[in-house]
Write a protein that binds this ligand. Structure first.
Ligand code: HAM
Length: 421
């Protein structure tokens, strides 16, 4: 146990960190194109925040939260998602006094006590966007376009964008009633989860994989939207069409968090199988008020970073990363070690990527190490040469080597490396 990470978590090893950084760089770049600024909120919050926002009867709150009492007897929860925290931070930091919409993004770890499998973990990372303060469908379309641009820039293909409207507190209660009437006769055949959802959240019956057949012919939300929600949804569809983004309207797309109103959407990458949702989001016009602020329209999404990486691997879209170093300093003799050590330091200060042997290895092993690290140059401190103020400079690619005055070595290497960059 001491030597294994907790189930559903994993180490991100140095070679993988490169791919994470690549992904993060693209995300940050695209967020800046759309005017989204990064926010970093705590990884834990008061449990109450998630109960109020995500909804007490959702799977996330009922089954998946990491909740504990801290030493001050406060109930704390590791964030299972970040929309609630951003809503809290928006109120606490008075971001409402800024010109709306307030456009924020985040990248960070989330925690859910999920059943681990490929694409589903207990600690996972999300890239998310939240736009607060704008009520119209144009901001909905904008964030969807941002999500699509991130995925397309990464080179992902065969993505499916599904959109729906889940209505608002005005039209939803009427629709829920209609659904209950429809599902009433099926109550006995439903799975246990759906039985408990029947009263509490009958819309979730529409997207249950086990009870899928039962939902055939159920009343559609689209036909039961109030005028405002219908117009909003039509507006979104028109903007997406105008931007040339293809989408599928899926009236059974409900999403598992209670705060959604009007627009809900998901982007799926089907080769990932059961965990195919790489991005999910929607509008949450009631959330800010629910957690103590003034009524504020808002919309956002989150992408699962691990799922993105799995998708990129599947489509062989991860670039090769250049891992070589500029210089390896070879010094097999103790007498010149201190000078060689100082040289390593000077070269690094001059901006070169430099390494050297730390274990007192032989000349042959040090040359092997220089090859392994794919050094462009080696500086060899030989007794003979050094007594004459010289070192050997070896071009590792061409194997060409020449004696070079020790005092000139930094300037020469700087210009050589720059020339080949
Ligand atoms: P969510 O659908 O729960 O929405 O999660 C968003 C994405 O996070 C999923 O589509 C998936 O890619 C990834 N994800 C979720 N759970 C896991 C897991 N256990 N392991 C790996 N990846 C996972 C939200 O979290 C909302 N806060 C999104 C949002 C932002 N809505 C409005 N603003």
């Amino acid at each position: 146990m001491l030597t294994t990470a907790p189930r559903g978590t994993s180490d991100i090893m140095p070679a993988e960190v490169k791919t994470w950084r690549y992904l993060e760089k693209i995300i940050r770049k695209i967020c800046s194109l759309y005017g989204y600024k990064e926010i970093r909120t705590p990884v834990f919050e008061h449990t109450e925040l998630f109960l109020r926002s995500i909804g007490e009867t959702t799977d996330v709150v009922e089954k998946e939260m990491y909740t504990f009492l801290d030493r001050g007897e406060r109930s704390i929860t590791l964030r299972p998602e970040n929309t609630a925290s951003v809503a809290r931070a928006y109120i606490e930091n008075k971001l409402y006094s800024e010109q709306p919409p307030v456009k924020l993004f985040y990248i960070g770890p989330m925690f859910r006590y999920d059943r681990p499998q490929a694409g589903r973990y207990r600690q996972f990372h999300q890239f998310g966007i939240e736009a607060l303060g704008a009520p119209g469908p144009n901001i909905d379309a904008e964030i969807i376009l941002l999500a699509v641009q991130v995925l397309e820039t990464l080179g992902l293909e065969n993505l499916k964008l599904k959109i729906n409207s889940v209505g608002c507190p005005r039209c939803r209660p009427v629709y829920r009633k209609k659904l209950q009437e429809f599902f009433w006769s099926h109550l006995k055949e439903m799975c246990i989860d759906c039985k408990s959802r029947f009263d509490r959240n009958p819309m979730r019956l529409l997207d249950c994989k086990k009870c899928h057949d039962m939902a055939a012919g159920a009343p559609s939300i689209e036909e039961n939207l109030c005028n405002e929600c219908r117009e909003h949804f039509v507006g979104l569809k028109e903007l997406l069409t105008a931007a040339g983004v293809s989408y599928e309207v899926d009236n059974s797309l409900v999403r598992g968090l209670d705060y959604y109103t009007k627009t809900a959407f998901e982007i799926q990458y089907s080769p990932l199988g059961t965990q195919s949702a790489v991005c999910g989001g929607g509008r949450y016009d009631g959330l800010i008020e629910q957690v103590g602020g003034d009524p504020t329209p808002a919309i956002g999404f989150a992408m699962g970073m691990e799922r993105l990486l799995l998708a990129l691997e599947k489509q062989k879209l991860l670039p090769e990363f250049d891992e070589n170093i500029d210089v390896f300093v070879v010094c097999p003799k103790e007498e010149t070690f201190k000078t060689a050590f100082a040289t390593v330091n000077n070269l690094r200060k001059a901006g070169l990527k430099v390494d050297h042997d730390c274990l007192g290895k032989s000349m042959k092993s040090q040359m092997k190490q220089a090859n392994k690290l794919r050094a462009k140059y080696a500086i060899i401190f030989g007794d003979d040469e050094f007594s004459r103020g010289m070192v050997v400079l070896r071009n590792m690619e061409s194997s060409e080597q020449k004696e070079t005055p020790f005092n000139d070595i930094t300037a020469i290497l700087q210009s050589e490396v720059r020339k080949n960059d």
